[in-house]
Design a protein around this ligand. Structure first.
Ligand SMILES: Nc1ncnc2c1ncn2[C@@H]1O[C@H](COP(=O)(O)OP(=O)(O)O)[C@@H](O)[C@H]1O
Ligand SMILES: [Mg+2]
Length: 329
């Protein structure tokens, strides 16, 4: 029996009056990818920082690869790697210089550090950029270099904090491939994301978190089953016929039809995606012109709505509120 990768009980971290992590229980086995899915501000980074022993919990228990975060941080740090939102690359150094610097810190001599660095750059498709300063890298290249840097020594457990946030779809697919390769090499991965699709593509199990609490846990299939497998979004050409379309969709799909704020748009949550075609045919039979339709997975917002009964609370942007603006005007 191997020890679990991560075990927490009642883990808490407060910042002032905010409980950023508010009593989280997790059981994560070694091997594979565990996804932590939640909106901005849910507490994902705070949770990871406690597990990586960068932040001391205020309450609860946590063991990482069998070691206690309070009493054995050194043993944990030797076995894990951390990358993502708070990892730092030196912008003025080149790609290879960054990796060599990390290699030297981890005990390689400079020749070994260079060999290891070049091998990793090659594996991540960055050989051509080896001699270029990191500040001239694209977002996707930076993310790959960041992950490469955390692999100088192959870690047993790797924390990837939103590794694809803010990068283009092509780089995202490359990062996904890298993650899958790491898992094949035996590394356990804890990945945070704001996107259901990403968790669905990569993770074996997912914890959904909201305001510091785990609100659902299970395989991607189990979670999606709670929400319905997908959503059919339809926009009719004439808004005046939307009611008629809603009635037809409801009748053919036997599902709740949501009237969007756009007066021509409807969304139907589907239990069975294969029935979408028959619903569109029914609209056509009634001569209702459909401007656009899309069959998609539920968005994270829809998952939240289904799981919690409330919408995700997006943090207010910094600066003035509407009131303050009015006063200033
Ligand atoms: N160092 C900090 N000081 C004060 N509040 C913080 C700090 N770090 C995070 N928070 C707050 O804790 C909550 C969770 O943040 P975070 O863990 O960064 O969420 P996520 O990574 O899911 O976006 C947020 O409300 C955030 O504003
Ligand atoms: Mg974060």
């Amino acid at each position: 029996m191997t020890v679990p990768a991560i075990e927490t009980r009642g883990l808490v971290k407060r910042f002032g009056n905010t409980a950023a992590v508010d009593g989280i229980d997790l059981q994560i086995a070694q091997g594979g990818i565990y996804g932590v899915l939640g909106p901005n501000g849910a507490g994902k980074t705070t949770a990871i920082r406690m597990l990586a022993t960068l932040l001391r919990p205020d309450a609860g228990e946590a063991r990482v690869l069998g070691h206690d975060v309070f009493t054995e941080p050194k043993a944990i740090r030797e076995k894990i790697a951390l990358t993502g939102q708070f990892a730092s690359l030196d912008e003025d150094l080149t790609g290879i210089e960054n990796l060599m610097l990390l290699g030297r810190l981890l005990g390689y001599n400079s020749r070994e550090a260079k060999v290891r660095g070049m091998t990793l750059l090659d594996a991540f498709g960055l050989t051509d950029a080896a001699g270029r300063q990191v500040k001239k890298y694209s977002g996707g290249m930076r993310r790959r270099l960041d992950i490469a840097g955390s692999l100088i020594v192959t870690p047993q457990l790797m924390f990837l904090d939103e590794p694809t946030t803010g990068i283009d779809p092509r780089s995202r697919n490359q990062v996904w491939d890298i993650i899958r390769t790491l898992v094949e090499g035996g590394t356990t991965i804890l990945l945070t994301t704001q996107h259901l699709e990403e968790a669905d593509q990569l993770a074996d199990r997912i914890a959904v978190i909201d305001t510091g609490k785990v609100i659902a846990e299970g395989t991607p299939g189990q979670l999606k089953a709670q929400v319905g497998t997908g959503a059919l979004k339809v926009r009719v050409a004439e808004a005046t016929r939307r009611e008629e379309a809603a009635e037809i969709l409801g009748r053919t799909l036997l599902a709740e039809v949501i009237r969007e704020s756009d007066p021509a748009a409807l969304t139907v949550r589907l239990e069975d995606e294969s029935r979408a075609a028959s619903a569109l045919i029914a609209l056509q039979d009634s001569a209702i012109a459909v401007e656009t339709f899309a069959l998609g997975q539920p968005s994270l917002d829809e998952v939240f709505l289904a799981l919690t009964g409330h919408k995700t609370v997006h943090e207010a942007p910094d600066g003035e509120t509407a009131d303050a603006q009015e006063e200033a005007a």
